[in-house]
Design a protein around this ligand. Structure first.
Ligand SMILES: [Zn+2]
Length: 324
């Protein structure tokens, strides 16, 4: 090789090295508020972004208390993905004061997401506690990720934001987005197929966070415990819940890992109603680009297990006692 070409080659090598050092130093600091959103960032940013999760999946996202390290995480971020003040209400102030010039994306505001107002929930308990019994602030159910259609919208929003901030890696983000959306599409087909068998079976949930899942798959939710129960779990509320279970022929009460209910357990025993667990956050599931899919599959399995009619004989009947 002539000397000039060697010099050119060495120069080229240095340019490549300098460039990659620069790229590493500039790696985007991406923060996601809750685990399902974090899961979708893992999918879109696979191979490039190492996102940080703000709220552990075992905490209640509605009244999370920020630690000093969380404040630092927000301060140091380039991009923050969250659902919005209706969901992570405790984050509103911290984001406003700490985020600086970070790009903050409230996914609930994506125009392609059609929100479900709380009044349209299939909750006909006629809860005497009315709206005050709600543990959510806004008018719409903020648990948007529980519909696969919304998850696709969220994936697109994440991709758009990452590409704008890091156009050099556009090709990788686009490929990841394609893969993620194909996975979500086959997840939806799978869920439609498996949930068809139980879609008319009536159930109640712990809190009113599952209306997107219920709408997308045509499920038969008849109410939720928090709204019936109100702020105290007095005897009147237990009577109301028992009435609902009897009148609506409820087959299952779904609790959640973040808020297990002693009341649900004792009513399940008393009335011979099965107890299941829904988990909007994916507690205990491994982190990988398929995390979102596995969160939804976990919920689909829980619905099937608790609502499937032919498993009835395996459920122990509650202790006999005074009726109602
Ligand atoms: Zn909630």
């Amino acid at each position: 090789m002539p000397p000039l070409k060697i010099i050119a080659a060495i120069t080229a090598l240095f340019i490549v090295m300098a460039h990659s050092t620069y790229a590493t130093a500039k790696e985007l600091k991406v923060v996601a508020s809750i685990r399902p959103i974090y899961a979708l960032v893992l999918a879109v940013g696979d191979g490039i972004i190492t996102p940080q999760l703000l709220m552990p999946e075992t905490a209640s996202a509605h009244d999370f208390q920020l630690k000093a390290s969380d404040a630092k995480m927000i301060e140091n971020s380039d991009i923050i993905f969250w659902v919005g003040p209706e969901m992570e209400k405790s984050l509103s102030k911290s984001i406003a004061t700490l985020a600086g010039d970070a790009r903050v994306v409230a996914l609930m505001n994506e125009p392609a997401i059609s929100p479900i107002p709380y009044d349209a929930n299939p909750d006909e308990s006629g809860g005497s506690d009315g709206h005050d019994a709600h543990d959510h602030d806004g008018q719409n159910d903020p648990h948007i990720w529980l519909a696969t259609g919304n998850a696709m919208v969220i994936v697109d929003a994440i991709a758009k934001t990452l590409i704008a901030a890091d156009p050099d890696n556009r090709g990788i983000y686009e490929k990841n987005t394609h893969v993620a959306k194909n996975r979500i599409k086959s997840l939806r087909r799978q869920m439609i197929k498996f949930l068809r068998a139980i879609k008319d079976v009536p159930f109640v949930t712990q809190h009113d966070g599952f209306s997107y899942l219920v709408r997308e798959f045509g499920l038969n939710q008849r109410g939720n415990i928090v709204n019936i129960q109100g702020s105290d779990a007095g005897a009147r509320h237990i009577v109301e819940l028992k009435k609902l279970i009897k009148n609506e022929q409820i087959k299952c009460i779904f609790t959640e890992p973040q808020m297990t209910s002693q009341m649900a357990k004792s009513i399940s025993m008393d009335m011979g109603v099965r107890l299941g667990e829904l988990d909007a956050m994916g507690v205990g599931l491994d982190e990988s680009p398929t995390l979102y899919v596995r969160i939804m599959q976990k919920n689909a399995r829980a619905l099937l297990k608790c609502l499937k009619l032919d498993t009835q004989q395996t459920i122990p009947s509650g202790p006999s006692g005074p009726a109602g």
